[in-house]
Design a protein around this ligand. Structure first.
Ligand code: ACO
Length: 703
């Protein structure tokens, strides 16, 4: 495994090691030594001498023996020479702390570092980072505050400051870390490389990523989709960049704000996205310590009706299922609660509950095989002996922590606050707020569902790519970055989409014949490159039921077009099949700047314009994912059939989504493709591709 020597190096050099305790180069050596690293440590500084009892080498070349990792902490201008020296010495990984590269526009120097490193077979972490901590290597090679406790949470962060702050946070909350990696500018090593390693690291039970921007999203998506089947991954994302909407020549484009795509692709990959740093931290801490629940059934035990109801609301919000078998609940709690309590879930022990009542009730839930997780809520009351409470929770937690997930939420004054602080410090999942407690349990349930769900097998979708490419190539040869309507219609036909029939007619006779062949009712449109807005020029007639109407419409269209644009060169009229009304939807696909090929589905009209009710996925997708995209929409009930309407042909939509997703994946020269509208009929009646627009990359931009 390529990354192993970064996390478990046999020897490490610190270039820019300093005897001055105020310098980063001192701090790193100090952390390496204090973390109990057992490999060789070689501080490098032209002055020589000693740091913390270690011999300082004036140059790396003077070090005898192999060095796996070199931490570089010297000013930017000296970095490239240091990289060269590392390459000559056979170093495997560079950890470049130094700032002043692409983050300030100095992209060229950063590229040179990576190029040179790669020439010597080295991989680069950074630049612009605070370093790396690895429990597997007993190595703290950061300039953070030190004192990191080893444990089972791995953190990969693009923000240095947040990463360093996490060290303090993990200490106060007694969260042990398996790794903490600062990725900074991600010139070479990125999240995908690190997550791949962490997936195979037995110490790591949960991963937290802080991401601002994604570079090689295509690869990251693939790796995450695989890793989340084994370990939970939580992401906190900042920076709602506008990059994704820059090429917004379509709905797919303008709706593909980088964040929407990011959000969808993370969900598709099984990653849990937290809204805030606090939430992310709280989830990952819980995910790393709690056992996966043996089943879905959760019971709330409370001494207050109000917080019980709030917890019920929170369960609905976070997808936690409440156990509902009333006779079993009544039997389970018969000896464990006062007569006036309620054994309905939430189980309400009432304000008179004592610590012993609590213990009995929690034991009853957690020892019962049909109940799989417990949410224990407590509101401070005058009757309760709070001093006993902390011990009680410790005991209950210790009894069941390996078998069933529990979350505690306590609410009250100073004594309760102190209990929360103490227990959290011991790693017990105690929260101050009901929603926070339930959201952590919800994250655990989502992780469980992900781990149990089978991966969708790749689907072979047979598309005539060579024929489609011929159409695209012809447009590119013509110097165009878009397809003309007849070309797009050809592509649609190659995809096997149901396109309305249409014919170009150059005179009245041809028009009448075409209408007869297509079948009534028909639509007619003027064809002239000089008339852009056909309707405004009176150049469109719809719903023509018979030959007489076609003759009248033909004359009216020509008259009106000529009156409107007197010099227009008229090529004839397009006679087209009238498309029966149905539900209008949009299917789009495009090359996303971060994630590569993505596919989109949404309902047309206000749903897409106003509600932005669309779903994205990384392409290609199979049928199951396409169906999930459709059911993800808030407007999904419209397709299911509401108010006496019948169910629409959802399978036929999924078919189009799958095809477009495979096309965008296999023809990377297509920048953006959109069917708007795709008209959908009742179940079994299919869809019609009324208008399809295809944008292609500029010929020069494609190899
Ligand atoms: N080989 C070995 N040692 C060298 C070399 C060399 N080629 N060149 C210089 N040195 C020595 C210096 O002599 C000095 O040692 P000394 O104290 O004995 O004189 C030491 O290396 C450091 O060099 P300085 O010139 O003193 O540089 P300084 O320590 O001030 O800064 C640093 C170096 C920290 C890398 C700086 O350039 C930098 O980039 N700082 C920002 C780091 C950062 O913030 N990274 C992002 C972290 S994430 C976050 O935001 C929290």
């Amino acid at each position: 495994m390529e990354m192993r020597s970064l996390f478990e190096p046999r020897a490490i050099a610190v270039i820019g090691a300093s005897a001055n305790p105020g310098k980063i180069g001192y701090r790193i050596v100090e952390n390496v030594v204090r973390s109990g690293y057992r490999g060789g440590v070689f501080p490098i500084n032209p002055r020589g001498g000693e740091i913390l009892g270690l011999r300082v080498y004036p140059a790396l070349a003077e070090v005898e023996g192999e060095v796996d990792v070199a931490v570089i902490a010297i000013p930017a201008e000296g970095v490239i020479d240091a990289v060269e020296a590392c390459g000559a010495h056979g170093v495997k990984h560079l950890v470049v702390i130094t700032s002043g590269f692409s983050e300030v526009g100095n992209l060229e120097a950063e590229r040179r570092i990576v190029r040179l490193a790669r020439e010597h077979g080295m991989r680069v972490l950074g630049p612009n980072i605070f370093g790396i901590y690895s429990a597997a290597g007993s190595l703290d090679a950061t300039f953070g505050p030190g004192g990191i406790e080893p444990g089972s949470v791995a953190i990969v962060t693009q923000s240095g400051a947040l990463g360093i702050a996490m060290i303090g946070k993990t200490a106060t909350e007694s969260v042990g870390l398996s790794a903490l990696v600062s990725v900074g500018n991600k010139a070479d090593i990125d999240e995908a490389d690190l997550i791949e390693y962490l997936a195979s690291d037995d110490r790591t039970r949960a991963v937290l990523m802080y991401i601002e921007g994604v570079k090689d999203g295509d690869r990251l998506q693939g790796i995450l989709a695989d890793v989340t089947r084994r370990k939970p991954v939580v992401v906190i994302k900042a920076g709602r960049s506008k990059r994704g909407s820059m090429a917004a020549a379509s709905h797919t484009g303008s709706l593909a704000g980088a964040d929407e795509v990011f959000d969808s692709v993370m969900r598709q990959s099984g990653v849990l996205r937290a809204e805030s740093v606090q939430e992310g931290f709280s989830w990952v801490r819980y995910l790393a310590s709690a056992p996966l629940p043996p089943g879905d059934e959760t019971v709330i035990v409370t001494n207050g009706g109000g917080i019980g109801v709030m917890a019920t609301d929170a369960c609905e919000k976070y997808g936690v299922v409440l156990y509902d078998d009333q006779p079993v609940l009544a039997e389970t709690f018969s000896g464990a609660m006062p007569d006036f309590g309620s054994s309905k879930n939430p189980v309400d022990l009432t304000g008179q509950a004592t610590a012993e009542d609590y213990e009995r009730a929690l034991d009853a839930v957690l020892a019962e095989d049909r109940m799989h997780a417990a949410i224990a809520l407590y509101c401070e009351t005058a009757l309760f002996d709070t001093s006993r409470f902390a011990d009680l929770l410790r005991e209950v937690y210790a009894r069941y922590r390996e078998r069933k997930p529990i979350v505690f939420s306590l609410f009250g004054g100073g004594e309760i606050e102190a209990v929360i602080r103490d227990l959290r410090g011991e790693g017990i999942p105690v929260f101050g707020d009901v929603y926070e407690a339930v959201s952590a349990l919800g994250a655990l349930y989502r992780a469980r569902r992900r781990q149990r769900a089978r991966a969708e097998p790749p689907e072979a979708v047979d598309l005539p790519i060579a024929e489609i490419r011929r159409v695209l190539d012809a447009a590119r040869a013509d110097g165009r970055t878009f397809l003309l309507a007849p070309e797009a219609a050809q592509v649609a036909a190659h995809l096997g989409l149901d396109v309305p029939r249409s014919t170009l007619a150059r005179n009245l006779d041809e028009t009448v014949r075409a209408a007869g062949e297509i079948g009534y009712p028909v639509a007619m449109k003027i064809v002239s490159k000089d008339i852009v807005h056909k309707s405004d020029a009176g150049g469109v007639a719809l719903d023509l039921e018979n030959e007489d109407e076609v003759v009248d419409a033909y004359q009216a269209i020509l008259r009106s077009a000529r009156a409107h644009v007197p010099d227009a060169v008229i090529g004839g009229v397009e006679v087209a099949e009238m498309v029966r009304p149905g539900v209008e939807t949009i299917v789009g696909a495009r090359q996303d700047p971060s994630f590569g090929p993505v596919v989109m589905f949404g309902l047309g009209g206000v749903y897409v314009e106003v509600m932005k009710d669309v779903a994205f996925r990384a392409a290609p997708v199979g049928r199951a994912t396409a169906s999930e995209m459709i059911s993800d929409l808030r407007s999904y009930p419209i397709l299911l059939g509401v108010r006496g309407e019948s169910r629409k042909d959802i399978d036929a939509i999924a078919d189009v989504v799958v095809k477009l997703s495979h096309l965008i994946d296999r023809c990377r020269e297509i920048a953006d493709i959109e069917i708007n509208p795709l008209v959908v009929y009742d179940r079994g009646r299919g869809t019609r591709t009324v208008d399809m627009r295809i944008l292609i990359k500029h010929p020069k931009g494609v190899s």
